[in-house]
Design a protein around this ligand. Structure first.
Ligand SMILES: Cc1cc2nc3c(=O)[nH]c(=O)nc-3n(C[C@H](O)[C@H](O)[C@H](O)COP(=O)(O)OP(=O)(O)OC[C@H]3O[C@@H](n4cnc5c(N)ncnc54)[C@H](O)[C@@H]3O)c2cc1C
Length: 486
């Protein structure tokens, strides 16, 4: 029986597979696509926190070398600057989803993850000891845990009986890459229906387009006739569209799974939350789900922790994602050209002349202000650990270097010998260090330097020492299981 099977080899499934493999868990991916190629273009980039997470694993240069960094974070028409935030990656990385997936794939293959392609999962049945995974054209397989990272129409979510809750679709959009016989207008158009956009792609002939439909449609396989109707309604012409490379439909539905876990089945990424692509948040949310879940699932599989730990995955990621989705929904709602929506857009844009609201939104949309509810205390608690320059007995180190193997770390800035975590050193690194600079968090600004921090493999601070060890034993046990006795 495999320890963990992941359904879906998109960004979320690949990232999760890497996390589990790093933690020494046997993991396999089932992917229905028979090749790594993506049909049509999807994401074109991702934001600071996602880049930081790739840096935490020591693979960020692979992505930076293939993409282009830019100040591309925005709320509607307002550009949000992240260049002033205390991070090594104060930018968005423009990189196509297909290239991002290829790089992730290379990484997980190096880590020994097995990917079975051309396998469509049809359903599941779980019991107390494992999950039987039913495949469309092959023998079923059994796994101890199953993760659905199978996208917005997730079969796993449905088979596990998990409901999506939230705002239903009110508008649908066609997105396409097609050839045309007539010249097309370039750029964005807003009207009473919503937003429309066209641009000629890199090959110089194919036109990429997004058109809002006159009436809400939810079918998943639109054709040239649907696109032609939508274009005529907006532009008065279909520009002689032909030879579609890709046509798809998305809506403004913004919904989240009622639970991220049912027994031995978990869901992550688009399988756990659907929303329009406005603002480019999907990859970041999925990658953050993956790094939150990966180490927890590994600890449960390796029997360091009981399976209650898995409930903290949804408890942490659901509210963090809900905040982002609310913002995406707002931006999507403002994408209309009617007078009232225009008035709301202008009002918000006036407010965004002030630095405070701009900084706040930049923190949210870059993912840098993410704060998991781990209780009251020092402002670092639950937040991402900054990538500080440290001086250690082994020489200079960056904090993120200590996270490359996805192992937790206690970074101890106090007197040597004050803190003893010997019973946990089979799973937690203990690094004595100095840091000469200040401690600063995005949006919050400077925070008091702690005497020690316990950093989880996902880079979030699980405990802050301020001169005593109060709460350390509890934090170690909660997150990393009972100590080794004897
Ligand atoms: C037009 C568009 C533009 C976007 N732009 C951006 C952007 O700029 N930035 C950004 O961050 N996000 C963007 N997104 C969102 C982003 O593409 C998604 O959020 C992201 O792909 C989610 O990753 P995932 O791995 O969770 O799911 P997916 O990428 O959907 O991956 C799911 C995988 O599961 C496989 N699968 C599905 N069902 C089964 C099954 N039954 N059996 C086996 N395999 C299965 C699929 O083949 C797929 O490979 C955009 C989305 C769209 C549609």
């Amino acid at each position: 029986m495999t320890d963990v099977t992941i359904v879906g080899g998109g960004p979320t499934g690949l990232m999760l597979a890497g996390e589990l493999a790093l933690a020494g868990v046997e993991v396999g991916i089932l992917e229905q696509r028979s090749t790594p190629d993506l049909v049509g273009s999807r994401a074109r980039g991702f934001h600071s926190r996602t880049i930081e997470i790739l840096d935490q694993r020591g693979i960020v240069d692979r992505f930076l070398s293939e993409g282009r960094t830019a100040q591309a974070l925005s709320f509607g028409d307002t550009r949000l600057e992240v260049s002033g935030f205390p991070t090594r990656h104060p930018y968005t990385l423009a990189l196509s989803q297909s290239r991002m997936e290829r790089i992730l794939l290379g990484w997980v293959e190096e880590l020994g993850v097995r990917i079975r392609r051309g396998i469509q999962v049809a359903g599941l049945v779980q019991d107390d000891a494992g999950v039987d995974v039913h495949l469309a054209d092959a023998e079923p397989l059994r796994t101890a845990y199953l993760v659905g990272a199978d996208g917005g129409r997730s079969v796993i979510r449905k088979a596990a009986g998990i409901e999506l809750v939230g705002a239903e679709a009110t508008r649908s959009h066609l997105i396409a890459e097609v050839e045309v016989t007539e010249e097309t207008p370039s750029g964005i158009r807003l009207d009473d229906l919503g937003i429309h956009a066209m641009n000629v792609l890199e090959d110089g002939t194919t036109v990429g387009m997004v058109v809002t439909e006159r009436q809400l449609a939810t079918g998943t396989e639109p054709g040239l006739a649907d696109l032609s109707d939508a274009l005529v309604a907006v532009y008065g012409s279909d520009f002689g569209i032909h030879d579609a490379r890709w046509i798809s439909r998305f809506t403004d539905a913004t919904r989240q799974a009622a639970t991220y876990r049912r027994g031995r089945v978990l869901i992550a990424g688009d399988a756990a939350h659907i929303h329009p692509p406005t603002g480019g948040q999907g990859i970041g949310l999925g990658v953050q789900d993956a790094v939150n879940l990966g180490w927890k699932l590994a600890q449960v599989v390796r029997r360091f922790s009981t399976d209650d730990l898995l409930d903290s995955y949804g408890a942490e990621r659901h509210p963090a994602t809900a905040r982002v989705l609310k913002n995406v929904m707002t931006q999507a709602a403002l994408q209309r050209g009617d007078v009232r929506t225009g008035a709301m857009r202008d009002t918000i844009s006036d407010l965004l002349d002030f630095e405070g609201p701009r900084t706040r939104l930049a923190g949210l949309l870059s993912g840098l202000d993410v704060h998991l509810e781990l209780g009251e205390g020092h402002p670092l608690l639950g937040r991402r650990m900054p990538d500080l320059d440290l001086v250690t007995a082994q020489g200079p180190r960056r904090v993120f270097e200590l996270l490359h193997r996805a192992r937790p770390v206690l970074i101890d800035f106090g007197e040597p010998g004050d803190i003893d975590i010997t019973p946990w050193t089979d799973r937690i690194q203990h690094v004595e260090a100095d840091h000469a600079g200040t401690w600063e968090l995005p949006v919050l600004g400077k925070v008091p330097p702690p005497v020690a921090v316990l950093v989880r493999p996902d880079g979030h601070v699980a405990w802050v020492g301020e001169g005593t060890q109060a709460g350390l034993h509890h934090a170690l046990t909660t997150w990393f299981g009972e100590p080794v006795v004897g």
